[in-house]
Design a binder for this molecule. Sequence first.
Ligand SMILES: [Zn+2]
Length: 419
Amino acid sequence: MNQFFAGAALIAAIATSGCAHAVDPELARAISAIKAIDNHAHPVRPTAPGDKVDDEFDALPVDSLEAQSDPIRQRGKSPIVTAAHTQLYGSGTKADVMKAHPSDYATWVLDRAGIETMVANRVAMGPGLPAPRFLFVPFADALMFPLGTAQLIKNPDQRAFYPLEDKLLQRYYTESGVPGKPATLGEYLAKVVTATLERHKKSGALAEKYELAYLRTLAIGNPTRAEAERAYSGSTGGGDYTALQDYIFRYIALECGRLGMGVHIHVAHGGGGYFNTSWANPMLLEPLLNDPALRKTNFVMIHGGWPWTREITPLLTKPNAYLDYSEQLSFDTPHNVAEALRGWLAYVPEKVLFATDAYPFSADLGWEEAAVVASNASREALGRALTAMMRDGEITRERAVELATMVMRDNARKLYGLK
Ligand SMILES: [Zn+2]
């Protein structure tokens, strides 16, 4: 299949799915042709049979969790997944295509999905995911837990997740050339935290990512340095570990601003049957967004705050607040997501970013199929929102195309200073 065929498949997917007239056909054509910047995804490095399988696509992979009641759209063998497989591989197999593209498989996938640049949220990059088609966003959560995590585990999902943060912090110690936990908080911040952030920045990182809502509440306090120091060195157990975590979070946010990196935060319901949804409420971030000291740091609320997609809207007026609408379309319909999008586009449209959250969910739904499913469905949701605004006389078709281009690529381009 050539590039044109992939484009045609996208148009067909947008214009014919659901209600026949949900998306203005001319607008659908324009949206399908936009080469997107995908703000958030987890691409997997292509490896040859026999090689070590890539496990760095996420710091907290959800496949290690107890079973939950999966939303219908995420269950295997769904028609949208089968259609995505066909859009990618035709009647062939994934293995055949990987063999035919030994050096450019991952970028070949991006071409099929209409994605020019995929921002890869990974522990590390590596061969097979070349810049500038793939850009890097590493994880910062582990840096918040210098006192270990065993004492924080309250349920089976946390038992799966927290030790992975210990492991990642150990990796950051090693990469920073530090043998173990430094004696003082000052040393820890300079020699481990700043060293890690600067290393990430040097390797091309656009932002640091937090999966914090899987571990604890997003309500970040504003403790004093003395409180943080007491907790860091408190062998008597008298210190407040949460205060220390909050202090480190704010330190990292400040450093990201200094280094010109954004802060990405998972803000939405998440995977696993023990996920504490109320910890992920976007309104919990308001004190951070309202902190004058942090105004030089751009925060991107990953996944658009579902189910608080209305409540998140006023936060877009903060000059340093952005959101993407990744993940939502993996469990919700374009019709429903279009309603949320419409609210944001009518309010502060230059803060809204397209993203796929392409993830290796299962053998059937790899990151490749997930990228195609999300690319098609996200474009459809965007088309539906803009068509409704056109029909209500709020915008012209010309403005609709302009808004679509902003969401699909230009807003991200400006945010990260990409060409
Ligand atoms: Zn993600």
